[in-house]
Design a protein around this ligand. Structure first.
Ligand code: FAD
Ligand code: SF4
Length: 468
């Protein structure tokens, strides 16, 4: 008889973790990983795989864990997923593979596929990372713009096929949102660094501090001899509320706040001399992962009270349930069905409060969620000395602005053929947030896999034609 309840994963105590940036979830040890793996039914028609955008053979890797063959388990995962320690930590498995898991549907908890993926990936990082033997170069060169999960996936998959890969990254550290957005307490920088190193070991070269679209355009890359280009530049442009007072001191976009915490090591002050000002009473506007990360970072940086202001109800919050629960355990308050109407300044030009209005839910809107509408006469004021706006991000616009051949939507995302990732420019492919708008790590990786396959088909055909 299979045990129905999931094996719990230990976590740092909320009372302690709010004072540090160390990882909250501590992962399975060998014993608990094997116990959890034994819950998996090894289904002949595994529904979990259908929910995995990169197609990992989930029952096979879990079977190896049951047999304590951890090297074989991670090898199986890496056949499809080059960033397993990252995915095991931040992918929304609860709405992907685990949502489909037969165990979950039979009224128990689904197998903790993410927890097991993280376990084998961490096991490999501790025991030495295996790299497939180097494939001889096939002579074709591919440029990858952006080193987030989509770009890293394209690079890894094509490097394994013998392509010469050059990744161009605008920032000084590779990893995209994985390093500049998601905080240390959810995804340690050393984990991202190790998985980026793996992609380099497969043969990809990374050039940091290179912004494509400024000094070098996509045309230049083709003229320099690249045979194909992948655009994975993400959605890093913050959206604002466009309400009075947004320019007051102490009002941050979540992007600026998290970049200063993560990339400029604000979290490591005083070891790094880059402090970030966080007041005593912090309001975070928004209900997604970015809002939760901002709120929990502010708490760790010394805020006494942190409230998340969201215009819908808890059920509609797009943040991962696990992270919402972690935030609540840490004492983050939720101010639900509430929307700010203006930020109020103090005598020094800094924010001192927020005027808000209560909301009620009406009929579903185009996103399928019930539309929030203001409740007349329900205005009230909250005293706050810091505000972090986390209501969404637009696609990075530079490449589109300097490459007229690329067709875009009215939101500035790139238009591609979803089956291939092909853009309107010959030889240029795209995927991840720059195509979908802000989404998830695993969907960006899935798009990277599709594009890698298409680039391979395109270049195989092109080379074949050239040889005739
Ligand atoms: P990105 O990760 O954005 O990477 C794009 C890269 O391209 C960046 O490094 C950027 O510097 C570079 N670039 C941009 N323009 C240029 C240029 N012109 N030239 C060269 N380089 C350029 N998803 C989850 O699945 N789970 C989570 O828990 C989660 N939490 C999140 C928390 C935060 C704070 C944020 C911001 C996002 C979160 N997401 C989460 C979303 C997820 O991180 C993104 O969907 C994913 O990173 C998108 O990957 P990407 O490769 O498309 O782009
Ligand atoms: Fe195991 Fe669930 Fe996948 Fe079945 S659906 S193989 S129980 S993880």
């Amino acid at each position: 008889m299979k045990k129905l309840a999931r094996t719990p994963m230990s976590k740092q105590d909320p009372k302690e973790r709010i004072h540090n940036f160390s990882e909250v979830a501590l992962g399975y040890d060998e014993k608990s990983a094997v116990i959890e793996a034994e819950r998996c039914l090894g289904c002949p028609n595994p529904q979990c795989v259908k929910g995995c955008p990169v197609g990992v053979d989930i029952p096979a890797f879990i079977r190896y864990i049951k047999q304590r063959k951890f090297a074989e388990a991670i090898h199986t995962v890496k056949e499809k997923n080059s960033l397993p320690a990252i995915c095991g930590r931040v992918c929304p498995q609860e709405v992907q593979c685990q949502e489909q898991c037969v165990l979950g549907r039979a009224k128990g908890d689904p197998t903790s596929i993410g927890g097991l993926e993280r376990f084998v990936a961490d096991w490999e990082l501790r025991n030495g990372v295996g790299v497939p033997s180097k494939i001889a170069s096939n002579g074709a060169r591919v440029a990858v713009i952006g080193s987030g999960p989509s770009g890293l996936t394209v690079a890894a998959d094509l490097a394994k096929l013998g392509y010469e890969i050059m990744i161009f990254e605008a920032l000084h550290i590779p990893g995209g949102v994985l390093v500049y957005g998601i905080p240390e307490f959810r995804l340690p920088k050393k984990i991202v660094e190790a998985e980026v190193r793996y992609v380099e070991k497969l043969g990809a070269t990374i050039k940091t501090d290179v912004m494509i679209g400024k000094l070098h355009t996509i045309e230049d890359l083709f003229n320099d001899g690249f045979d194909a280009v992948f655009i994975g530049t993400g959605a890093g442009l913050p959206q604002f509320m466009k309400i009075p007072g947004e320019n007051l001191g102490g009002v941050y976009s979540a992007n600026e706040f998290l970049i200063r915490v993560n990339l400029m090591a604000g979290y490591a002050f005083p070891s790094y001399d880059t402090p970030i000002r966080v007041g005593k009473k912090v309001a975070v506007i928004g209900g997604g992962n970015v809002a939760m990360d901002s709120a929990r970072s502010a708490l760790r940086l010394g805020a006494e009270e942190v409230a998340v202001i969201y215009r819908r109800s808890r059920e509609e919050m797009p943040a991962r349930r696990e992270e919402l629960e972690n935030a609540e355990e840490e004492g983050i308050e939720l101010e639900l069905l509430t929307n700010p109407s203006r930020f109020i300044g103090d005598a020094h030009g800094c924010v001192g409060g927020i005027e808000c209005i209560r909301m009620q839910l009406g009929e579903p809107d185009e996103s399928g969620r019930r539309r929030p509408t203001p409740v007349k006469g329900s205005e009230f004021k909250m005293d706050m000395d810091t505000v972090i706006v986390a209501i969404g991000r637009y696609p990075n616009p530079l490449i589109q602005a300097t490459t007229p051949q690329l067709k875009t939507t009215k939101w500035g995302t790139l238009i591609v053929d979803p089956a291939t990732g092909r853009t309107s420019m010959d030889g240029a492919y795209a995927g991840g947030d720059i195509v979908t708008g802000e989404a998830t790590v695993i969907s960006a990786m899935g798009a990277g896999k599709i594009a890698a396959r298409s680039i391979h088909d395109f270049l195989t055909r092109k080379t074949h034609i050239a040889r005739q």
